[in-house]
Write a protein that binds this ligand. Sequence first.
Ligand SMILES: Cc1cc2nc3c(=O)[nH]c(=O)nc-3n(C[C@H](O)[C@H](O)[C@H](O)COP(=O)(O)OP(=O)(O)OC[C@H]3O[C@@H](n4cnc5c(N)ncnc54)[C@H](O)[C@@H]3O)c2cc1C
Length: 450
Amino acid sequence: MMKTTSLPDVTGRVIRPSDPEYDAARATFYGGIDKHPAAIVRVADAEDVSRVVTFARESGTELAVRSGGHSGAGHSVSEGGIVIDLKDMHALEIDPKAHTAWAEPGLTAAAYTIAADAHDLATGFGDTGSVGIGGITLGGGVGYLVRKHGLTIDDLLAADVVTADGQLLRADAETHPDLFWAIRGGGGNFGVATRFHLRLHDLSTMVGGMLMLPATADVIRSFIALSEEAPEELSTIANVMPAPPMPFLPAEHHGKLVIFGMLCYAGDVEAGERAVAPFRKLATPIVDMVKPGRYPAMYPPDDESYHPIGTSRTMFIDSVDRDVAKTIVEHLNATDAQLRVAQLRVLGGAMARVPVEATAFAHRRSRIMVNCAALYERTDQAAKYEPWVTGFAGALEQGDSGAYVNFLTDEGSERIRAAYPGPTWDRLAAIKRRYDPTNLFRLNQNIPPR
Ligand SMILES: Cc1cc2nc3c(=O)[nH]c(=O)nc-3n(C[C@H](O)[C@H](O)[C@H](O)COP(=O)(O)OP(=O)(O)OC[C@H]3O[C@@H](n4cnc5c(N)ncnc54)[C@H](O)[C@@H]3O)c2cc1C
């Protein structure tokens, strides 16, 4: 382990193994990740970031970069190295007239969304409020506004990035355009983003929330068909899974397969009610919490003590017919994993209108994003459930070999290549060589320099 006495002075705070808050500070959203960094530096500003980056480069110390700590691959913490933790960098300047914001990466999706909502504005992130805007933005960002406004990166106008040489660069369409292209999907490979300039959209009303339906093959197929036909204002997420024992849910439903559907119509209430009505008719809803409201209602407070252990597989498919829906039901019924899910997100709309080569997120033409996952109690159960997850994903494959980088776990280099198919990989590797020739930023879904 590196000697923390040699760390540079910073304006922020350094948390060492002897500090009482060390264990809480090294914990990540996912449980079962038990790494012990030599120091966690809660940086205060870009200069702190630059000092720590320079120190890590010169000392050869492993560097983890962390915003919201939700990495499924355990990349937000290092064993024996340093963590740059951006949690305390959460400033947000909203310019309502310009419809833009400068946002620091330590903001969560929920914090940003609540602040923007005060101006009747929004930028799309994901489906979970506690996710950091740092990680989700750099990987793409697929959420409740994906069909209406595209990915989070489609609203990224510029970013400030500390590169491996310790320099703070502005990346936008005119300045370092290669870096700007790469950070829109290429993750943390190119430097530490210390600020994002994001576009905001008018959003004062929405109709959204959770709709729980029984998950028969017919209901699953029809749910996806309706999502495909729906106006672009409506984005849906169909989580096909056993019903969790929620207090408001009658006990007879607990453990039965349901669609835990999340619907969000971003726009006028009457049109929104019309758009969600056919979903309510697919079957008698078990729970119907879809209603008019403000957009932050899509991010109810998360339980901070929840640290799931699990494994998952990200993929894209073209369609869900009855056979595919049946395969989903059969696989979900064929394991005893505490929680198992097929999460289906119909894409298209604004996201698909951006040319494939415009950013490092290359899956613009993919129709439906799927995430097959199993959650369990202990890390030693991975060997039991991983084959189930892989088999499930294999059974759903339809020829689209892509993967969404933000949903990759620790799956090896081939799967990272799947996130960056064809020329995207070559271009990223060349840009990596320019900005990080020694691969300092390697604790991520790594793109080695060419
Ligand atoms: C419960 C849950 C729900 C999710 N839902 C969605 C969803 O709906 N849509 C979606 O698109 N994704 C979703 N994700 C995936 C999520 O986008 C990624 O896990 C993302 O990387 C998390 O960002 P973070 O800042 O919280 O994580 P961190 O663990 O802090 O960061 C992940 C990685 O991103 C890089 N990184 C983070 N911040 C910076 C920075 N400022 N500069 C440089 N590199 C950085 C680092 O390589 C780091 O290892 C979800 C994840 C979870 C756990």
